[in-house]
Design a protein around this ligand. Structure first.
Ligand SMILES: NC(=O)c1ccc[n+]([C@@H]2O[C@H](COP(=O)([O-])OP(=O)(O)OC[C@H]3O[C@@H](n4cnc5c(N)ncnc54)[C@H](O)[C@@H]3O)[C@@H](O)[C@H]2O)c1
Length: 254
């Protein structure tokens, strides 16, 4: 364990989309740093497997949570408050994307991406944020993307729309809670070489373009992103709110 390894001691964190490529590393990192982690994802995802690999698995919890379903948020947050009597950290990590460009995306797919990746993030802030405030304050970290800010590779229009909204909602919510003890920040990964991404794109032109456009010459790792999330989640970032933390190997400098 590195510097600050126990900086989240005593804190309770809820992570959405927690069994995906980046979510898994966020859960591991927050747990390593001392947090009790509520591992959530859509039903059927291997949440229990992840919990059982953590040290002190009983400290952590799992819950099926479709982030686009407001009733599910109410149930899950209620369950967290019942068990832990507090909530300190929300990591809005769950999201979906689609590849379609501005002309070839279809309406059904567009709406689904917005529903989950954009509205799901707002619902999380609404329901978990209120409990973080009533617990005495804490941190919300919204997983955004370089595509929330720049055009990327000129496709994934729905994802860009959703992440652009996540970026500005983050600042809006940061202002709302600025004097109420809840900090809200966004983390903007560049292209991260998760297993899922490798399976989908390795060997394709798109993968080559991801590498060619990353000044550091490599894709990021899920651990790179998790480290940024852990910083914003904890008290090292007590005066940091409404900011955008890029974990993109320099993509947005160019
Ligand atoms: N991988 C990258 O290169 C990259 C780059 C920039 C931003 N991001 C962002 O990082 C976050 C994690 O990305 P990832 O690469 O781990 O993605 P992933 O596809 O591996 O994981 C996403 C997780 O979200 C879950 N999910 C999907 N629909 C859901 C729903 N309705 N309710 C709850 N959970 C749902 C999935 O089950 C999955 O576990 C996302 O917000 C993504 O947009 C990823």
């Amino acid at each position: 364990m590195g510097i600050g390894a126990t900086r989240l001691d005593g804190k309770v964190a809820l992570v959405t989309g927690a069994t995906g490529g980046i979510g898994v590393e966020i859960v591991r990192r927050l747990a390593d740093e001392g947090a009790s982690v509520v591992i959530t994802d859509i039903d059927g995802a291997p949440m229990e497997d992840l919990r059982s690999e953590l040290a002190e698995p009983d400290r952590h919890d799992v819950a099926g949570l479709d982030i686009a379903d407001e009733g599910a948020w109410e149930l899950t947050v209620g369950r967290v408050m019942e068990r832990y009597e507090r909530l300190d950290i929300l990591v809005n990590n769950g999201a979906i994307g689609s590849i379609g460009s501005v002309v070839d995306e279809d309406l059904e797919s567009y709406r689904r991406v917005i529903d989950i990746s954009q509205t799901g993030t707002w619902l999380g802030m609404k329901h978990a944020g209120a409990q973080i405030e009533s617990s005495g304050g804490g941190s919300i970290v919204n997983l955004c993307s370089i595509l929330g800010t720049v055009g990327g590779l000129g496709n994934s229009v729905a994802y860009a729309a959703a992440k652009g909204a996540v970026r500005t909602m983050t600042k809006n919510a940061a202002l709302y809670w600025a004097q109420r003890g809840v900090r809200v920040n966004s983390v903007h990964p560049g292209f991260i070489g998760t297993e899922q991404l490798k399976q989908r794109y390795e060997g394709t032109e798109r993968h080559a373009a991801m590498l060619a456009n990353t000044p550091m010459g490599r894709l990021g790792t899920a651990a790179d992103v998790a480290a940024a999330v852990a910083f914003l989640a904890g008290d090292d970032a007590l005066f940091v709110t409404g900011t955008e933390l890029y974990v993109d190997g320099g993509w947005t400098c160019a």
